[in-house]
Design a protein around this ligand. Sequence first.
Ligand code: ADP
Length: 366
Amino acid sequence: MASVTLENVVKRFDDVVAVNNANLEIRDKEFLVLVGPSGCGKSTTLRMIAGLEEITEGTIKIGDTVVNDVPPKDRDIAMVFQNYALYPHMDVYNNMAFSLKLRKFPKDEIDRRVKEAARILGIEDLLDRKPKQLSGGQRQRVALGRAIVREPKVFLMDEPLSNLDAKLRVQMRTELSKLHDRLQTTVIYVTHDQVEAMTMGDRIVVLRDGVIQQVDDPLTLYNKPNNMFVAGFIGSPAMNFLDCKLVKEGDKYYLDGHGSFKIAIPEDKINEAPEIKEYEGREVVFGIRPEDLVDASIKHDFDVTDDNSFTANVEVVEPMGSEIYLYLGINDHSMIARVEAESTAQVGDNVKLGVDTRKMHVFDAE
Ligand code: ADP
């Protein structure tokens, strides 16, 4: 068991800065997820921790040990990849035992570890099967088993579920979380899928172009994104962004959508983020999640007034059973509202939408 620390870590490939001055402390026993779009530096970060990629600048520590010059096999980590190549001619038992045999572990210790890992993963009945006799999910479990038998201080996982079909991926997500609870080991997990990140991570690191944007627990990331990138990346359907101007009238601040809306910013919001005042007179971006817009004709736990509502044209209605997605046009912007199933809004209607201003966001226009 160990923490992992990155101090001012830089990785350059010629003129590409893959990781730009990363500072990060991954806690002992934490499930930490690195997430971001393709090419943002997730795998490179993981590979540097594994020792598979040299660090251009900075320091990486596992526990209290600086590992910059420690070869991968001596780092006490185990890695699980997306393309987990099992040895086709070996049965499950030997696939799992292989790395321990290489390290010349005694036979009874190997047997104990393989059986323990098989028990944890629920694959005890499969030990004498060959990989081709296994389903995708079972193979993935064997790949995890190979990592577990090493009893490493840290597990590194690079998109381990991306080759599985959607249903199995959801199931394995839960299994991996449970596995982490049982093993009580540090896990660093790479994915481009924000849902995977949100459901599995104790904390999530959002990366963009090699730069860490935010490190937080899932709820904080969702409710208090640092910037528009994080706000837009986390959550599905994505947060709506509307250009507007921040104006002050009397002692109240408003988001003025150039004629299409005018939303008062509640005092609480300004006390929480006083920098909003500095945007006065400037173009800003109003951010609101689809679930924080309501159909004003239905009663809610806040009053819909002129100060927290606007009218938009319904372009598409998508009933989802428990709720309805409304695709709306407002000026030349598009937006999505997730409203209650009781909504009777039809395509072509101009509907009044209430904004739950407790949940609104104001971003500096980038
Ligand atoms: P991610 O895992 O987030 O998709 P990567 O860490 O694989 O991103 O890549 C980050 C950046 O570094 C990308 O621009 C990628 O093209 C570049 N890169 C990664 N590996 C190499 C390499 N071996 N040689 C040159 N450029 C690389």
